[in-house]
Ligand binder design. Structure first.
Ligand code: ZN
Ligand code: MN
Length: 485
């Protein structure tokens, strides 16, 4: 990526710790999705007078896990702050969060997320990560600007967020996309958040052209939308500069097509941060961190390296395969039960997952564990291709049926498309093809590549059911008899 056009992008990601059973400061369940509004609340998360917050121990463990996975420096002593502002989704009038100024500290500082851009690895630095509570949710009818009313649902109020703040290290919307892909993979692997759940992560994207004011596009909840919003903003800012218009520091909203100015950016002093007196300072020591580190699950990078070594997949294949943990789990589940598989079959399995199956999942907007596809079916599919029961080409037409969970043998039977591998049958067809295509046969005398044309004719005659390997062998033999090598 050209780094010289002076675009600077920094991201702030709010990720919800969806694997926590209870909220950050009370015992309400944080598994509120799909429940009736305002049924997962208590005096603490409703901000009623006199209600006292108590820290969720597991949230500290999860934050430690993420900090370790992102290679941040964990601050061993910290306390919470009140960030004061008024908004209907924030019943107390302040958010309990962390602050790295005024004597305060973030949960952890620094950190690194490596990304790959055009075969080069670039390390995107993080500034910090911190814990805070999520506000409630405002519900509108249709779009926020046209809705006749606003309703408030406090079920989300007080659930746990980790805010991840990057340095402005990214220099294009593509880099921002790659960064988010890798970051979300790491989060998914730590087991603290199911990033596929609605609203489980929200991104604020800061972008500026060097030497000019920046804008912040708030609250975008998909990687694709972040990339589009940034591409739009880059164009808008560069055009303004070219036309000599002034850029101001501001907050903007992405509506799916364009960004719209919302308000001048508020500054930190506007929030009047001060220490949260109802919570004691928290200390975590080295032995605690070591204990969490020991239990840290395998991360995408380690898994990728393991796949290269154990299954002899290329670096590219393993990198793409491990990016989505559910896909990588599916891969491993399938091949571990199959003793006869070797590197060739692993590669085939990987290709099927990355191409045909992922393609189907994208088209149908589903995740692999939301379908009836079982790892064993893909094993059976690959075995059927290897054993010549079906051709790879015909197997591709089975995907839709496979996703319903139908056994491969049954699909083959129903389709009537078993591969033709009977030598006498194939030899008859090959003889016919040679007779019918004297011109291609003549071409074969000059260039051996022309043989492929005959294979194609056999395939056409058998509607793709001829076993390509046996067909080639028979054609070679027959042509040899005609004096063609
Ligand atoms: Zn509560
Ligand atoms: Mn925040």
């Amino acid at each position: 990526m050209p780094n010289n056009d002076g675009v600077m992008i920094g991201l702030e990601i709010h990720t919800q710790l969806t694997a926590l059973k209870s909220k950050l400061f009370c015992s309400c369940s944080s598994d509120y999705r799909g429940s009736a509004p305002n049924t997962f609340t208590c005096p603490t998360c409703l901000g009623l007078p006199g209600a006292m917050p108590v820290i969720n121990k597991k949230a500290i463990e999860f934050a430690t896990r993420l900090a370790l996975a992102l290679k941040c420096d964990i601050n061993e002593r910290f306390f919470f702050f009140r960030k004061n502002y008024y908004y209907p989704d924030l019943p107390r009038g302040f958010q309990i969060t962390m602050y790295n100024k005024a004597g305060g500290k973030a949960f952890a500082d620094g950190g690194i997320v490596p990304i790959r851009i055009k075969d080069k690895v670039k390390e995107i630095k993080l500034n910090r990560i911190h814990l805070e509570e999520d506000p409630g949710r405002l519900v509108h009818e249709g779009s926020i600007s046209k809705s006749p009313y606003t309703r408030v649902d406090y079920n989300r109020s007080g659930t746990t967020l980790i805010e991840i703040v990057s340095e402005p290290d990214m220099s294009s919307p593509e880099e921002a996309r790659e960064f988010l892909k890798q970051l979300l993979a790491i989060i998914q692997y730590t087991g603290i958040c199911d990033t596929n759940l609605e609203g489980a992560f929200r991104v604020d994207a800061n972008i500026s052209v060097k030497g000019y004011e920046r804008s912040e596009v708030k609250n975008i909840n998909s990687i694709k939308e972040v990339e589009s919003a940034l591409a739009y903003e880059e164009k808008r800012q560069k055009l303004a500069i070219k036309e000599g218009r002034e850029l101001i520091q501001e907050t903007r909203h992405w509506d799916g097509q364009k960004t719209i100015g919302l308000r001048n950016k508020e500054f930190e002093a506007d929030y009047k941060y001060f220490p949260e007196q109802d919570l004691v300072p928290i200390e975590i020591d080295k032995s605690y961190i070591e204990k969490v580190e020991k239990e840290l699950p395998e991360m995408p990078k380690e898994r990728k390296e393991r796949y290269q070594k154990k299954y002899q997949l290329s670096e590219f294949d393993s990198e793409v395969l491990v990016l989505d943990k559910t896909i990588a789990d599916f891969f491993e589940e399938g091949i571990k039960s199959e003793k006869t598989f070797g590197p060739q079959e692993y590669k085939l399995y990987c290709n099927w997952l990355m191409n045909d199956i992922s393609g189907w999942l994208n088209d149908n907007n589903k995740r692999i564990n939301e379908t009836n596809l079982k790892p064993k079916q893909v094993v059976e599919l690959i075995r059927s291709i290897k054993e010549g029961k079906i051709t790879g080409k015909i197997a591709k037409t089975f995907v839709g049926e496979m996703m319903k969970g139908t056994a491969i043998s049954e699909i083959i039977k129903k389709s009537g498309k078993e591969a033709i591998s009977d030598i006498t049958v194939l030899e008859d067809i090959c003889k016919q093809v040679i007779e019918e295509n004297p011109k291609i046969v003549e071409d074969c005398r000059k260039k051996p590549k022309a043989k492929q044309g005959l294979v194609g004719k056999v395939m056409a005659k058998t509607k793709g059911q001829a076993d390509p390997k046996i067909t080639r062998e028979i054609l070679d033999k027959l042509l040899k008899e005609l004096g063609i090598n």
